[in-house]
Design a binder for this molecule. Structure first.
Ligand code: NAP
Length: 318
């Protein structure tokens, strides 16, 4: 028996994935472009493997006549219609937990890079302007002893908080619900969004993208922040308003910002954010370590095969 699997990916997937799939009973059908391929018999599709962020709509799931599973490479599933999947009774699997450490490490890389002018410093150190050591150039913000605000203290946010303890930071967090065990572990204090923004020196965005978090940080929220503050987005681009961020950075209303994610992703090559020196920008590297990618590959293929064979999907979100 060979399972018919639709793989959505506009790049060549990480090699272990194709190796694991090749060793299974899966026959792969590729969706490489924005539009669905025309040469596939969707009525025979048993599984969808989502690598990247092409939308998995209810319409697509309905079109795949024998669909048993949608397996996502990654934890963020905002591109998958989870309510649609629930209504159709199709399980959706993702890869929680295995990427928390790598993504928290990268959140810290961004907070430190923005707060301590690492990228600007690198450019300066290589450029013609660096002729003499000067103790007054590129002064950053003190990390040790500062206040960190975590928006989305879940699996990744918790690891961001753990790392903050090493910097002797005071930790505030904002979720929809209080996380009392994390409060006890981290010495973190729950705060309303406005209070967190007003009091934090460093703000980390680690929440999922949902209708509620879309535009969560807009012009009003940025204006609440300290002019010395640093904010890093390791969630999804639309969690903040990019245009409002650009205005705030240009006006000097923040020390700096950093982001791993944008909308669209990638940004058009002439987008004004690409020219903004006080923004540190990465190409969605949150979980991009070899060890984490290997674990995500294994977990996502395990989810896929479990769904195809009618077993419980080990990591199921819908
Ligand atoms: P998680 O364990 O589900 O944690 C998410 C946290 O966000 C929860 O504590 C949740 O608490 C909070 N939250 C949800 N809605 C909220 C709202 N409206 N306002 C404030 N807080 C809210 O998820 P995770 O595994 O840590 O992953 C979080 C997100 O990180 C993913 O969904 C993904 O988009 C992103 N991510 C990005 C990368 C990257 O490469 N940049 C890598 C991995 C993950 P409540 O439910 O109590 O509100």
């Amino acid at each position: 028996m060979s399972w018919q699997v639709l793989i959505q990916s506009d790049v060549v997937p990480y090699e272990p994935i194709t190796r694991l799939l090749a060793a299974s009973d899966c026959c792969l059908h590729w969706w490489r472009d924005a539009e669905p391929p025309q040469d596939i018999d969707y009525s025979c599709i048993d599984g969808i493997y989502s690598y990247g962020h092409f939308p998995v709509t209810r319409l697509l799931m309905e079109r795949c006549g024998r669909l048993k599973i949608v397996s996502n490479f990654g934890v963020g599933c905002d591109h998958i219609d989870q309510n649609g999947a629930r209504a159709l009774g199709i399980p959706v699997g993702n890869t929680p937990g295995v990427l928390d450490a790598a993504t928290a490490d990268l959140t810290w890389a961004l907070l430190l890079a923005a707060g301590r002018n690492i990228v600007a410093g690198d450019h300066f150190a290589r450029g013609p302007g660096f002729q003499k050591y000067d103790a007054a150039v590129l002064l950053g913000q003190q990390v040790t002893g500062a206040t960190l605000g975590i928006i989305g203290l879940g699996r990744i946010g918790y690891q961001v908080g753990r790392r903050a303890i090493g910097f002797d930071m005071k930790i505030l967090y904002h979720n929809r619900t209080r996380n009392e065990s994390a409060e006890a572990d981290l010495g973190a204090r729950y705060a309303g969004l406005d209070e967190l923004l007003q009091q934090s020196d460093f703000v980390a965005l680690n929440c999922p993208l949902t209708p509620e978090t879309t535009g969560l940080i807009g012009a009003r929220e940025l204006a609440l922040m300290k002019p010395t503050a640093v904010i890093a987005n390791v969630a999804r681009g639309p969690v903040w308003d990019q245009e409002a961020l650009l205005v705030a950075l240009r006006a000097g209303h923040l020390h700096a910002a950093a982001t791993d994610v944008t909308y669209p992703e990638p940004l058009p090559r002439d987008h004004p954010l690409l020219a903004e020196e006080r923004l540190v920008l990465l190409p969605h590297l949150g979980s991009a370590t070899r060890q984490t990618r290997d674990a995500m590959s294994q977990m996502s293929v395990t989810n896929l095969l479990a769904g195809l064979t009618g077993q419980d999907v080990p990591h199921r979100i819908a």
